[in-house]
Design a binder for this molecule. Structure first.
Ligand code: ZN
Length: 124
């Protein structure tokens, strides 16, 4: 499998609210990106694992001065979602967040899609 198709697979899974991870065949450690060695045990063999894109907000940054092309989306936050049932963290876009009170850390959230903003995350 080439890297391009692996990325497309990841995007397709995100569009259906899931996360494509790489699972070490030896120890079961999960990795988000394509890796050559398991970060836990050094093994080189992996298999795909599809995870539910649900979790809780670990941290985030509220964007009030957006990059070019993102003006129409403000206010929004760039959030880090810690997935339930694993230690993986996925970062993505959450709209409608203007101040910290809008999004307490620990808020339950889920992946709802993928587009030019990246992974789209909404409160559950
Ligand atoms: Zn391993």
């Amino acid at each position: 499998m080439c890297k391009l198709s692996a990325k497309q697979e990841f995007i397709d899974e995100a569009k259906s609210g899931k996360v494509l991870a790489r699972k070490c065949k030896k120890c079961g450690e999960l990795h988000l990106a394509t890796v050559y060695f398991c970060q836990n045990c050094g093994n080189r063999e992996f298999e795909n694992a599809t995870l539910e894109g649900q979790g809780s907000i670990a941290t985030y940054t509220i964007i009030t001065v957006p990059p070019a092309g993102f003006e129409k989306y403000t206010p929004y936050a760039w959030v880090v979602l810690k997935l339930d049932n694993s230690n993986l963290r996925v970062s993505g876009f959450m709209g409608g967040i203007a101040k910290p009170a809008d999004l307490p850390v620990g808020t339950k959230a889920k992946i709802v899609g993928f587009d030019d903003r990246g992974i789209l995350i909404e409160k559950q």
